[in-house]
Design a protein around this ligand. Structure first.
Ligand SMILES: Cc1ncc(COP(=O)(O)O)c(C=O)c1O
Length: 393
């Protein structure tokens, strides 16, 4: 069979495009933070990870513009060689302080951060224990490592303990978990995980992609939320969500960060974060510190949307965060639901296998601090009207 045969045989997406229900790769023509323009029509955006609404904050945009003029459009090289700016180092120092860790290392994306950390730290005869609902970058990082991978059912600490107990006591072990799970909106049982880690001598890596800026008294993430900041070993976060940019970070003990800096292939063999992005993340950190009311508003909006959807009869699973899955069920039904909601002026994210189990398709609603009551009412009205129509189908 020719190499491209699989491509010629892949017809599913074309069939959905032809049906007019294709939800992916929607081109946004302009963005106004909580609203976007698509094919000339405004949509209320509840499909973004821009939790604090910082992508359009004047201080963030101004900082990016200044950096663009000072350093140019890109670094054109790896951090290792010509791609380190003084600003990258400032950002690392700042993040280490913010995340209450000894040191931090900045990668060009969150995906590359997870790849780099897992593939570099876990070697042959060492073990990774990974929640089954962890993000794809963790799954891929674990695959790239030469370690033995144990996947435990979502937040099932009894299963995790069984796997830990079966592993040689002196073998290197890393438990890795999302802080907030991206498809469920649930929070990891970090206190339980820490207890097991301490008993079985494992290190813990938390992926705070969705928790940074969202959880914890100062937006410090999952460990701060549970008051466990001095006990976790490694925390990863992305800049592509609350921080409104692109890039990723791993924070932890200085010796570990130093080792990663000199061994992580996804850092060394890829060009560094562009200047405008670094500057925007630094400015976003200022705003997070100076405007804590944004986090409060985010949680107010989250509660309003959760309650509103529940009172309309929707199943939002175990969501306890700004990520609110609206469970629809089978794939075709979800496509129709998504299109109806979209045509009603609301941008949600469709979630399908392999990100979730078969027949557990959902629309993911993600809240932002900058949504106002009118946005929330508009979205709830759309769900009410579409829900009624769909019930009749
Ligand atoms: C839990 C989690 N980890 C890592 C990533 C990767 O982050 P980035 O978009 O910065 O590559 C994501 C992004 O979707 C995520 O949701």
């Amino acid at each position: 069979m020719s190499l491209f045969e699989k491509c010629y045989r892949f017809t599913k997406a074309r069939e959905v495009i032809a049906s007019g229900y294709y939800p992916y790769f929607q081109p946004i023509e302009a963005s106004f933070d909580t609203e976007v323009l698509i094919r000339g029509e405004k949509k209320v955006m509840v499909g973004s990870n821009n939790y604090l609404g910082l992508t359009h904050h004047p201080k963030v945009i101004e900082a990016a513009e200044r950096a663009l003029h000072k350093y140019g459009s890109g670094c054109t090289g790896s951090r290792f060689l010509n791609g380190t700016l003084d600003m990258h180092e400032q950002l690392e120092e700042r993040l280490a302080r913010f995340m209450r860790q000894e040191a931090a290392l900045v990668f060009s994306t969150g995906y590359q951060s997870n790849l780099g950390v897992l593939a570099t730290l876990v070697g042959r005869d060492e073990h990774i224990f990974s929640d089954k609902l962890n993000h794809a970058s963790i799954v891929d990082g674990a695959r790239l490592s030469f370690g033995i991978v144990h996947r435990y059912p979502h937040n099932d600490l009894r299963a995790l303990e069984r796997e830990l107990a079966r592993t040689p006591a002196d073998a290197g072990k890393l438990i890795v978990t999302d802080g907030i799970f991206s498809m469920e909106g649930t929070i990891a049982d970090l206190p339980g995980i820490m207890k097991l880690a301490e008993f079985y001598g494992a290190e813990v890596l938390i992926d705070d992609a969705h928790s940074f800026g969202v959880l914890g008294e100062f937006g410090g993430g999952t460990a701060q939320h549970f008051h466990l900041e001095d006990r976790t070993s490694l925390t990863m976060a992305t800049f592509s969500k609350s921080l409104g940019s692109i890039g990723g970070v791993i924070a932890g003990p200085e010796d570990v960060i130093h080792y990663l800096k000199h061994h992580a292939r996804s850092l060394i063999f890829s060009a560094s974060m562009p200047p405008s992005s670094v500057a925007s993340v630094l400015a976003a950190l200022d705003v997070i510190e100076q405007e804590p009311e944004r986090r409060e508003q985010l949680w107010y909006n989250t509660r309003r949307m959760q309650e509103g959807l529940k009172s309309l009869g929707y199943d939002i699973g175990g969501s306890e965060t700004p990520i609110i899955p609206v469970l629809i069920g089978e794939f075709d039904r979800m496509l129709v639901f998504w299109k109806e909601i979209f045509d009603a002026g609301v941008f949600t994210n469709p979630v399908t296998p392999p990100a979730v189990p078969e027949n557990s398709c959902r629309l993911r609603v993600s809240m932002m601090a900058t949504h106002n009551d009118d946005h929330i009412d508009f979205v709830l009205d759309a769900f009410a009207a579409v829900g009624k129509r769909m019930a009749a189908i």
